[in-house]
Design a protein around this ligand. Structure first.
Ligand code: PMV
Length: 349
């Protein structure tokens, strides 16, 4: 049958890992389990326009527009991703696709957009499948499929499909967990964590010297890799317990060690490299001093880059924001930070 023209639109958030995924194998499978908070404000808004394709060709027909501008490099990446999905979604060959995408956060702010971008596109694709064929059995099957497709696009993106918190990777105590897709763990969250903020201090907008893809690859020959994978798997179990009991101190010890371990892995790779910058360390030191003086439960984490995420419960938001303004902003490029919070997950628009 002829496909009717249509469009599907999803907004999907970014996420911040508490226990990090670093190292993969096979087709984007993780070497260890990871757990993340889903963010709220930092998100990608993607519209997938589809129409019947005039003449069926070999690959996928797609053009990507980012903030209204045609982007050949993004188009190439997206086309590659969609073509890898052809064994699951052969119907993509029969369509002409146009993707319109915008990020809520400033481009080149040094914020990774692959998690929000890939999950938004994956959600559009599963909605498209439902529209062209039949609804999936239920919401959790829908999410699982969207998470699976997200993972094929960018590993950590698979955790963005769920609100509040998600686990990706096999965890013995977590029956449903899988290396193939993430599962939600938000229902296990103590109220204190549901109120968490994540303020992202933008230390530098410079393009990363080493991509995440290359970074994962270097883990293959990292002498600490086996120890690291075992540690991360243990830490996910501990973190799930901490998230349930509401122990913000233990939480802080774990997330901070995870952030430093991630960067230590980069520094112990061959070739070694660094992504943190002097101002990253200035922020960390200043934060630790603030914590010693006030006792407030505010802790840092890092992504694969120099920016610092500050995680803290809502009860200390006033003093923490004052502290950021007065003592941390001068370490940030353009004196900027993004105020974010734990979010409820993607929404169809
Ligand atoms: O999803 P990727 O391949 O871009 O890897 C990113 C991994 C980290 O952000 C550094 C950690 C994580 O678990 O999100």
């Amino acid at each position: 049958d002829e496909v009717k023209d249509g469009s599907i639109r999803w907004r999907s958030p970014s996420n911040i890992a508490l226990v990090k995924y670093w190292g993969k194998h096979g087709d984007q499978l993780p070497q260890n389990a990871s757990v993340s908070f889903t963010l709220d404000g930092a998100a990608t808004d993607t519209t997938l326009h589809y129409a019947a394709r005039r003449s069926a060709g070999e690959g996928v027909e797609v053009e990507l527009f980012f903030h209204g501008e045609s982007k050949p490099d993004f188009t190439t990446r997206t086309k590659g991703f969609l073509e890898r999905l052809l064994p699951i979604y052969p119907f993509l060959r029969q369509l002409s696709l146009r993707i319109d995408t915008t990020n809520s956060f400033p481009h080149s702010a040094g914020i990774a957009s692959s998690a929000s971008g890939m999950s938004a596109l994956a959600l559009c694709l599963v909605s498209l499948e439902e529209r062209l064929f039949a609804p999936l059995t239920d919401r959790s099957e829908f999410n699982r499929k969207a998470s699976y497709l997200s993972r094929l696009g960018s590993g950590s993106a698979c955790r963005s499909v769920y609100g509040t918190a998600a686990v990706w990777g096999r965890v013995p105590d977590l029956g449903e967990s899988s290396d193939e897709y993430a599962v939600p763990v938000g229902d296990r969250l103590h109220p204190v964590f549901q109120s968490y903020h994540d303020d992202i201090l933008l230390i530098s907008r410079t393009e990363k010297a080493v991509s995440s893809r290359a970074g994962h690859g270097l883990m293959e020959h990292n002498p600490y890799a086996p120890t690291r994978y075992a540690q991360a798997n243990r830490r996910v179990v501990t973190m799930l317990d901490v998230l349930r009991t509401g122990d913000t101190e233990r939480f802080g010890e774990l997330v901070e060690s995870e952030a430093l371990t991630l960067h230590a892995l980069m520094m112990s790779s061959h070739p070694y490299y660094t992504l943190i910058e002097p101002n990253t360390l200035h922020v960390i030191n200043t934060l630790q001093q603030f914590r010693r003086e006030t006792g407030h439960p505010v802790h840092f984490t890092l992504d694969a880059g120099p920016n610092v995420h500050l995680l803290y419960p809502d009860v200390v938001a006033d003093p923490v924001k004052k502290f950021i303004r007065e003592h941390l902003l001068h370490y940030c490029e353009d004196k900027m930070y993004l105020a974010d919070r734990i979010g409820r997950g993607p929404e169809e628009l």
